[in-house]
Design a binder for this molecule. Structure first.
Ligand SMILES: [Zn+2]
Ligand SMILES: [Zn+2]
Length: 398
């Protein structure tokens, strides 16, 4: 018989909701999740039966293990804790108290759902046939915090056989779960280009260089990477997102700084697109006799859900909430996720957790200044985490 994880979570639901509101009011940027991490740690330390490693991934990462010494299949559940550099525009009573920062990706909800699972799983630790690692990671939005957790050994000792994570999803009604196999989120490569030339009077462009015309051509020409140079079957995004150059109307500047991102759902197409951008940058520089230095800041791989793990999530969701609440087909998205690093090492699946309130036609999207994780999704997320860990271990022993 399945342990009653839901009862454990329901009995602490108001406490969990208050916990999320507190996190929401105090967002912290990637690798700066000190308060968040200490709040999580404080709760975890009150729970008996956890073996806790803290100070991971540069200081704020935590891995708490249930049944650390039990022989049996080890499963990892992951939440992310960081916020975004966005000014919150909501009028929530627990609106961000930190200017220019907010939980616009719902990581406050992810952290809270995993804390809920910590209570439920430890309440029923005897029903688990192996260890369960609860991984609270920093720096999902930028900085490859997931990879840093892996570097610090969260997948070993004991060795993790599978990893699972959730992401709140505004397009999906609350109570619904979406779990699909294969590539679900894109590989991402943010980039910066520093253009340098010879500044001159705007009336005499031939006496120097014109970086702005060069950049304008690059922005336009680079779209051919997507439309002409990569097989159209492979989705690619090349977006230029920031151009800083010049300061007045009659001067052609010496420097121009450009930012953007390349995204793809296929690793080979992604690598090709990066090479082609380098080619476009260098040929533009040669054409205009300027210098250009292209730098890729960090690479997140494609997030590929293991088919068996995604099927297990769907099966758990159907058994827990009913088939009408579960979707197993969906197009991938060009967003990125550093849970992809876990999926590169062990069979993994990230599922989507509905956030849109019942009956609402729309809900603010992720990274929107009005976004807020829906409290009604906390219990669903925590119950899913708990049942997934339990079911995975049962299946491995069957
Ligand atoms: Zn995000
Ligand atoms: Zn996110």
């Amino acid at each position: 018989m399945n342990p009653d994880f839901a009862a454990s979570i329901q009995s602490r639901l108001s406490e969990l909701i208050a916990f999320r509101h507190d996190l929401h009011a105090h967002p912290e940027m990637s690798f700066e999740e000190k308060r968040t991490s200490s709040k999580v740690l404080e709760r975890l330390r009150q729970i008996s039966g956890l073996t806790i490693r803290d100070g991971l991934a540069g200081g704020t990462g935590i891995c708490a293990t249930i049944n650390a010494d039990k022989k049996g299949p080890c499963v990892l559940l992951r939440a992310d804790m960081d916020a975004l550099p966005i000014e919150e525009l909501s009028d929530l009573p627990y609106k961000s108290e930190c200017p220019g920062m907010m939980h616009a990706c719902g990581h406050d909800g992810h952290t809270t759902a995993l804390l809920g699972a910590a209570y439920a799983l430890t309440d029923h630790a005897d029903s688990l046939t192996g260890p369960v690692k609860l991984c609270f990671q920093p720096a999902e939005e930028q900085g490859c915090g997931g990879q840093r957790m892996i570097d610090d050994g969260v997948l070993e000792d004991p060795h993790v056989e599978a990893a699972f994570a959730l992401h709140g999803w505004p397009d999906l009604e609350v109570g619904h779960i979406l779990s699909v196999p294969g590539p679900i989120l894109a590989a991402t490569s943010p980039f910066e280009i520093e253009f340098t030339g010879c500044g001159t009077h705007a009336a005499y462009p031939h006496k120097g260089t014109d970086l702005l015309v060069a950049v304008a051509q690059l922005v336009t020409n680079a779209q051919a990477i997507r439309t002409r140079l990569i097989d159209p079957i492979n989705p690619i995004v090349v977006s230029f997102t920031q151009i800083n150059g010049g300061f007045t109307h009659n001067v052609l500047p010496e420097t121009c700084h450009v930012k953007g991102t390349i995204r793809a759902l296929d690793a080979k197409a992604h690598a090709t697109a990066k090479q082609q951008l380098q080619h476009f940058v260098q040929s533009t520089a040669a054409t205009f006799s300027i210098q250009a230095d292209l730098r890729f800041i960090e690479d997140y791989p494609v997030l590929i859900n293991d088919p068996d793990c995604a099927a297990l999530v769907a099966e758990v969701a159907v058994d827990t909430f009913g088939a009408e609440m579960v979707t197993t087909k969906s197009n991938p998205s060009m967003g990125g996720e550093d849970f992809a690093f876990f999926a590169q090492h062990v069979p993994s699946a990230m599922f989507r957790l509905g956030l849109r309130p019942k009956g609402a036609l729309e809900y603010p999207n992720l990274h929107n200044p009005h976004f807020n994780f829906n409290d009604d999704a906390i219990a669903t997320g925590a119950i899913m985490h708990s049942n997934i860990a339990h079911r995975f271990q049962q299946k491995r022993l069957a």
